[in-house]
Design a protein around this ligand. Structure first.
Ligand code: NAD
Length: 359
């Protein structure tokens, strides 16, 4: 099992170190190889995704990724900015399926921005298509408006598009994931306004015929945004396109208390995946030793489950995280009165100690 370890920038190096520590006490044999990515790679090699880093990622079974970015790179030309590394990895590894579980741990219900009774026991899985939609559709650009009331005026435009095979492959992923959970898929669209999403709805309905054991409902994105804060537990698998998924998954993140708790996985058709916390490089707290490493540690658990076929080891990590929270240990982002505040390293050490105690 070969894992490419790409810590990146800011808190990326601190949180990935804790996840690696956790992996190393599992009695599994991994080959871990580290490389620079993002701003760190730009400083060392003049590019956020150097050829050597990309090659390592392509040859690995899985990539454990920290985060990239820093405000000091904001004035670089777009192609050299750290964030381009993550887009490049998604593109070159064909990572079209993004999984973001939003789980509200019992001990953190009070950290959520919603009333505890609305989020207690919350366990939803957001599946977002990651390589299509308006984020990648061509043509795009700026021009002089060719028609309309403001014809001749400068305008900008993007193209929203999805092809049948693109929708089919992500729909299969969603239905298969639902089979292993609550057997319900909510497909989110804007079919009442957008041609692309009427097509999405039609294709998803066709694919559903192969999964009679899974319930399918369709929901408009505006209603889905409302339901996520009104009654989030009504969802099992919430499945949508790239842009709606981007927005809804951040909304769901806040239901769970802290973005520091949220893992994610991006998979291709071969089961190869990139695993990373849902947050960024948090330059405001980088180097202070206070970042929450649990999202990255839980991403490592997802990596074991989805790319390395080690579900038992994944469960061991998830159980260890729950028991550390039950012990009352909290990093600053999830701290509340009556709990014990710890730093990044202490949180990682506590998970390691629980894992050792399990065996
Ligand atoms: P961010 O997620 O880095 O931080 C948002 C807020 O959450 C900050 O207050 C931060 O301190 C806090 N936070 C984030 N992770 C935390 C953790 N593990 N523990 C405790 N607190 C945590 O988002 P931002 O500030 O908008 O962006 C910072 C940089 O990260 C930018 O350069 C951005 O482009 C980049 N970014 C990278 C990725 C990625 O690598 N996939 C994703 C999002 C943002």
């Amino acid at each position: 099992m070969k894992i490419a370890v790409l810590p990146g920038d800011g808190i990326g190096t601190e949180i990935v170190a804790e996840a690696v520590k956790v992996l190393s006490v599992l009695d599994l044999s991994f080959e871990l190889e580290e490389a620079k990515v993002g701003g760190a790679a730009y400083e060392a090699h003049g590019h956020p995704l150097p050829e050597s880093t990309l090659k390592l990622a392509q040859q690995a079974d899985a990539v454990l990724f920290g985060a990239v970015g820093d405000w000091k790179y904001d004035n670089l030309e777009r192609a050299l900015r750290p964030e381009q590394a993550i887009l490049g990895l998604r593109k070159h590894l064909e990572l079209f399926a993004n999984f973001r579980p939003a789980i509200c741990y019992e001990q953190l219900t009070h950290a959520s921005s919603l009333k505890p009774e609305l989020v207690a026991g919350l366990d939803i899985l957001i599946i977002r298509e990651l390589t299509g939609d308006i984020y990648f559709g061509q043509p795009r650009g700026r021009r002089s408006a060719p028609d309309g009331v403001f014809a001749g005026q400068p305008e900008a435009f993007d193209t929203m598009r999805y092809s049948r095979p693109e929708i089919e492959r992500i729909a299969h992923v969603a239905f298969q994931a639902a089979r292993k959970r609550g057997k319900k898929v909510t497909s989110v669209d804007k079919a009442n306004v957008l041609e692309t999403f009427q097509f999405w709805k039609d294709v998803v309905t066709e694919v559903h015929a192969e999964y009679p054991d899974v319930e399918l409902e369709h929901m408009y994105v505006d209603n889905a945004a409302m339901q996520l804060v009104k009654a989030p537990k009504r969802f099992d698998v919430l499945f949508t396109g790239n842009m709606f998924g981007d927005i809804l998954s951040d909304e769901a993140a806040m239901l769970t208390g802290s973005i520091g708790m949220l893992p994610s996985a991006s998979l291709n058709a071969r089961g190869q995946g990139l695993y990373e916390p849902s947050h960024g490089s948090a330059p405001d707290i980088a180097g202070k030793g206070v970042a929450n490493p649990l999202a990255t540690i839980l991403s490592a658990a997802m990596m074991l489950r989805y790319s390395l076929n080690q579900s038992e080891a994944a469960l061991r990590i998830e159980t260890a995280v729950k028991s550390v929270l039950a012990q009352g240990l909290r990093t600053a982002d999830i701290y509340s009165d009556g709990t014990t505040r710890v730093g990044t390293k202490e949180m990682g050490d506590a998970v390691v100690a629980r894992l050792k105690a399990q065996s």
